[in-house]
Design a protein around this ligand. Structure first.
Ligand SMILES: Nc1ncnc2c1ncn2[C@@H]1O[C@H](COP(=O)(O)OP(=O)(O)O)[C@@H](O)[C@H]1O
Ligand SMILES: [Mg+2]
Length: 239
């Protein structure tokens, strides 16, 4: 079980995330929704120990998650990845294995096999020698999905994975997520748009600095909760 308790983050004295608590069981997909600037990415980074927290505890299997980061895969938001960085598709996914083999050693045969399988799973094996910057948005997102798979993690975090992708990528992504759930993994998926992805989640967190609501789609997506999280802007969208 993943347990987040009273998590809070300040950036130079300004609160970005306040008193976030939730739990998630193996085989569950948690959807994190909320407007731009709600602190969704910050919450994920705080859980992973990538930004300093001002309070809170994050536990996985009753132990601090920080001590178990090799059980975690994280796909950052597109805007946080340097797409001009000269690296091939194959090597992006192989990076997931360097935690096991070390950077300067020749990747082991099993690692190569795992990378190959992960790329095949997302339909990117043929493009393995391409530079990452030469791919479409959907293809890039699939490469990072493959990297997460190759990590063989127990906890997987995806920050806005549906932004700028095509339908084929979306279908593959939903397929892989369903598979991971069946394998008993815990998935946490951030999305700012209130689309079909939400129907696949076992639990939703509606965030705007604090948790505005949590529970099932029906429990969370009430007019009142959405109004509280998104303010009046969402009313314009519904006209
Ligand atoms: N590194 C940072 N330094 C200072 N402020 C930040 C930093 N990253 C994010 N913020 C601020 O924290 C708030 C939450 O940002 P973020 O977590 O990116 O929201 P979301 O992912 O929901 O759009 C925003 O007001 C943002 O400007
Ligand atoms: Mg974000």
């Amino acid at each position: 079980m993943l347990e987040v308790e009273h998590l809070a983050v300040n950036y130079r004295g300004v609160t970005a995330v306040e008193d976030v608590s939730f739990r998630s069981l193996p085989g569950q997909m948690v959807g994190v929704i909320g407007p731009n600037g709600a602190g969704k990415s910050t919450m994920v980074k705080a859980i992973l120990g990538l930004v300093p927290i001002s309070s809170g505890v994050v536990k996985f299997r009753d132990r601090s998650l920080k001590q178990q980061l090799n059980s975690v895969a994280y796909v950052p938001q597109r805007s946080q990845i340097d797409w001009d960085y000269p690296i091939t598709v194959w090597n992006v996914v192989m990076m997931a294995r360097t935690v096991h083999t070390g950077w300067f050693r020749e990747p082991s045969k099993p690692s190569q096999e795992i990378v190959k399988e992960a790329l095949a799973r997302v339909g990117m094996l043929e493009l393995r020698s391409r530079q990452i910057g030469e791919l479409s948005g959907g293809q890039q997102q699939r490469v990072f999905l493959a990297r997460a798979l190759a990590q063989q993690a127990e906890l997987l975090f995806f920050d806005e994975p549906f932004v700028g992708i095509d339908q084929k990528t979306e279908a593959i992504m939903f397929d892989v997520f369903a598979e991971l759930k069946l394998q008993g993994k815990i998935l946490l998926v951030v999305t700012h748009d209130l689309g079909t992805a939400l129907t696949k989640c076992d639990q939703l967190l509606l965030l705007n600095k604090q948790i505005i609501a949590t529970g099932s789609l029906k429990e969370v997506m009430t007019a009142d909760n959405i109004q509280r999280a998104y303010g009046d802007s969402v009313l314009l969208l519904n006209r």
